[in-house]
Design a protein around this ligand. Sequence first.
Ligand SMILES: Cc1cc2nc3c(=O)[nH]c(=O)nc-3n(C[C@H](O)[C@H](O)[C@H](O)COP(=O)(O)O)c2cc1C
Length: 225
Amino acid sequence: MAGKQVFTINGSPRKDFNTAALLHAFADGAREVETEVEVVEVNLYDLHFTGCRECYVCKLRNGRSYGHCGFCDDITDYLDRVAHADVVAFGSPIFFSEITAQLRAFLERLWYPFVQFKRGEEQIIAPQPVRTAFLIPMNLTEQAMLRSGYDALLSPVLRWTQYIFGHEPRVQYCFDTLQYRDYDRYWADAWNIAAKQRRHEQHFPTDLVQAHQLGRSMLEASLTE
Ligand SMILES: Cc1cc2nc3c(=O)[nH]c(=O)nc-3n(C[C@H](O)[C@H](O)[C@H](O)COP(=O)(O)O)c2cc1C
């Protein structure tokens, strides 16, 4: 059992709000299964990096970095480590109907080296299957989210992750989140603030329990391999 490694990748600029809380609950769930599990928390907004630079070092014939991201910045080391982890939870708030630019940039760098275009060989060269989860909070309610088609916009991210890492990603949406601790300080009265606060008090704890259970069940599943 010992030696399992979990990554939580926070794609929210905030390190103490909805996404972070969901990721912490997820990590706690994993720790509950095995206290020795190593949890590596990455806050993408603390790091200096970009999306794929099209240097194509990962595709060079006889290149030392073939199949690895050869562009050096703050995430380079994390990319290979994440691909060798047992469980990876990606967290991102919805920004304009999609995951944040930082998480998208991280995923471009993570995915692309593992897709190869050698005739007659497997297209995917990720070192191993990885169990992944996406924890995605947003302002909208579930009904509004479905009406707005976010699930269709998010589906390529989930499909690429599954194609490259071999497991279907688990997805937990978290709806109608509290955007501010103190709504009085901001112009936000287009929202029903009382209803949002009620929802936060009554439902967010359930979201955290769900994230905790997800972390727990994903680590348990990794132990059965
Ligand atoms: C730039 C920006 C764009 C946003 N766009 C959306 C959106 O399209 N749909 C939505 O439901 N919420 C949107 N939100 C709200 C966030 O998704 C929501 O507040 C989320 O809970 C923030 O996560 P955090 O608390 O972890 O930072 C947006 C917030 C920001 C700052």
